[in-house]
Design a protein around this ligand. Structure first.
Ligand SMILES: [Zn+2]
Length: 237
């Protein structure tokens, strides 16, 4: 602890992302040796480690991260520890297809890359919160921990039915009533007036130009939905 404080106190944090779960553990000591040679004093860990930390629903594999955190502390390198919630494991979409985003045409956005989560999905949010709670409980007091890195590059979008329900709640809070919404969106144009909240959907593919008030509010809503995801994890750590 003392060594780490001495190594980083009053100094600019210097380093970057470090994803050693992607290569053999035998090479970690060499990584550290090279980091010290380059005067690296900070690394970000765990950004894409969800599938490693939770190999199946509810399971936990923290051993490798324990060893990594200890290795960093022993060598005076601080850790920016990520919640790995930007990239759910394949089991999430496989077992809970409703967590997968739908694009503007209603097509599923599958796993196989990253960012494949619906920010409005209660199931995704519950799994993300549970893992964040366990990470915070296990490493919140670790001597290597310098700060938390919540999720990563929030940028997913979703046009699914769950998102539609969430969007309507957001619109009620923003506009109060349907009359105000119709006025704000100018729905008198092209016969777009809404008579019921259930008629309002995310701005999916339409026959011609879409209502700009509708699409602008959906962008604002999506930003707020991602902000909710962020705030939930921030509050936990
Ligand atoms: Zn969705």
């Amino acid at each position: 602890m003392a060594a780490l404080d001495d190594a980083t106190r009053g100094r600019v944090l210097f380093g970057g992302d470090y994803n050693p779960e992607q290569w053999p553990e035998e090479s970690w000591p060499q990584d550290v040796r090279l980091m010290k040679k380059a005067r690296v004093n900070s690394v970000t860990l765990g950004v894409f480690s969800w599938a490693r930390l939770e190999p199946r629903p509810g399971a936990r594999d923290f051993g490798w991260l324990d060893r990594l955190m200890d290795l960093m502390a022993e060598n005076g390198i601080g850790v920016v520890l990520a919640t790995p919630t930007a990239s759910p494991p394949p089991w999430m979409g496989s077992r809970h297809p409703e967590t997968l985003p739908r694009d503007e045409d209603g097509r599923t956005v599958w796993w196989g890359s990253r960012q494949q989560f619906c920010p409005s999905s209660p199931v995704y949010r519950a799994y993300a919160a549970a893992l964040t709670e366990d990470l915070a409980a296990r490493y919140g007091g670790h001597p290597a921990l310098r700060m938390w890195h919540i999720n990563n590059e929030y940028c997913t979008h979703c046009w699914c039915d769950e998102t539609a329900r969430h969007f309507r709640d957001w619109l009620r809070a923003r506009h109060g009533g349907l009359d105000a919404l119709n006025e704000s969106w100018g729905t008198a144009f092209w016969s777009q007036r809404y008579d019921s909240w259930d008629e309002i959907i995310p701005p999916r593919r339409a026959q011609y130009l879409r209502n700009p008030g509708h699409t602008l509010d959906f962008r604002r809503f999506t930003s707020d939905a991602l902000l909710e995801c962020y705030a939930a994890e921030r509050d936990i750590v």
